[in-house]
Design a protein around this ligand. Structure first.
Ligand code: NAD
Ligand code: TDX
Length: 340
């Protein structure tokens, strides 16, 4: 199994006030107190400083700013030994309504970070998604593998695919010490209420009926965000430079099955939801083969009981209404305008 080859001391985490980035920041603060984290986050509608509140100032510092701002990167990046890049516009439905910020943040922002990592000669880890590989048929036995061709479907996934390709080119042409990870659908605390699981859970808590797109047969491969954080740490510290690792936890489930599990955990009848307009270009199925990560780096998911993880996540939303309430109304208004 791979040895630790890089011991970071002072890292920049972009998007560290979003869902997955903030879970990673809290994981690092808990498990690697010797590491200082500078969070660089623009605090868009999806970024919330409360997500990292309460962490010791000696371990975590927040800089509010845009990854597209090259001058700011020249102020923030020097003195750090790695950039872990989570910041993105992350929601497929928003990208269909307005792709512009996706091209800016996901493509131009990644380009600016790569140039900064090059200028200061530091390690770079790129967070990406399984969606770059397009989708699979529902009945196909195959899962995504690292060398599969890129076939993104949505404006969101095409900008993530573009950013991955920039990273690959920067590693090969400029010798940047970069790695890429493509992860499947995350769930857990601090996820924005626009996303599938938090939307349905908070709908039920608000007395609104959950909304299922299309036929509900689409399959997503769920992973607890804490397992994602540990995988990213393993890749950052033990991964082979220039490589792509896929992160997934054998969590394939259809949307309707996930929704029925939520309804049953929350004591609602199985038919207490609405069918709504399907997402244009809706990917049918994602499925990750994590063999390379497991074999090379010895990573294994810990949260293997989805029903238990889902129950804990529901409980988190039940007990953190003041966290999600401010975003709920505007999110539902936006969906209503789209017929969803
Ligand atoms: P999120 O939308 O919850 O958070 C994104 C964060 O980035 C926010 O804090 C936001 O303020 C910040 N941000 C956006 N634009 C910025 C800019 N220009 N400059 C600085 N900060 C900016 O997203 P998430 O779901 O936590 O996803 C994080 C990363 O993980 C993304 O790169 C996403 O593509 C990837 N990913 C997500 C999933 C998932 O299931 N959510 C799965 C695989 C990969
Ligand atoms: O209300 C809903 N009803 C519904 O049926 C919502 C919000 C979604 N859905 C469906 C669409 C998808 O098939 O649920 C599934 C999951 O939807 P999202 O939470 O929007 O996630 P997805 O589009 O699969 O993308 C997520 O995983 C990959 C993240 O948002 C991306 O950032 C990540 O790259």
């Amino acid at each position: 199994m791979a040895e630790v080859v890089f011991e970071p001391r002072n890292i920049v985490v972009t998007g560290g006030c979003g869902f997955i980035g903030s879970n990673f920041v809290r994981w690092v603060a808990r498990n690697h107190p010797e590491v200082h984290v500078t969070v660089l986050d623009k605090l868009t509608y999806a970024g919330n400083p409360a997500n990292i509140a309460g962490l010791p100032e000696s371990q975590v510092e927040l800089v509010v700013g845009d990854i597209c701002d090259a001058d700011l990167l020249d102020e923030v990046v020097p003195g750090h030994d790695a950039i872990v890049h989570y910041a993105a516009e992350s929601h497929n439905d928003n990208s269909i309504a307005d792709p512009e910020p996706f091209v800016q943040t996901n493509v131009v922002g990644t380009y600016r970070l790569l140039q900064a990592a090059r200028r200061y000669g530091i390690r770079y880890h790129h967070i990406s998604t399984d969606e770059v590989y397009g989708d699979l048929a529902l009945d196909e036995p195959r899962r995504f593998e690292p060398d599969d061709p890129y076939r993104p479907s949505s404006p969101y996934s095409s900008t993530k695919a573009s950013s991955d390709l920039l990273v690959r080119a920067w590693a090969r042409t400029y010798g940047l010490a970069a790695t890429i990870s493509n992860c499947s659908n995350n769930y857990g605390p601090y996820q924005h209420v626009e996303k599938f699981i938090p939307r349905q859970v908070t709908n039920i808590l608000c007395g609104i009926r959950p909304k299922l797109y299309g036929t509900g047969e689409n399959v997503r491969d769920w992973i607890h965000t804490e397992d994602h954080s540990r995988a990213v740490w393993d890749i950052l510290t033990k991964g082979r430079i220039g490589e792509t690792y896929l992160i997934g936890a054998d969590g394939e489930r259809s949307n309707i099955d996930v929704l029925r599990e939520i309804l049953s955990l929350m004591g609602e009848p199985q038919d207490a939801f609405d069918w709504v307009r399907d997402r244009p270009g809706h990917d049918r199925r994602y499925a990750i083969d994590p063999t390379k990560l497991e074999r090379e780096l010895g990573w294994r998911p810990v949260h293997t009981d989805f029903a238990e993880g889902l129950a804990q996540t529901i409980e988190w939303y039940r007990t953190h209404e003041s966290w999600w309430r401010p975003a709920k109304e505007a999110t539902e208004r936006r969906y209503a305008e789209q017929g969803q």
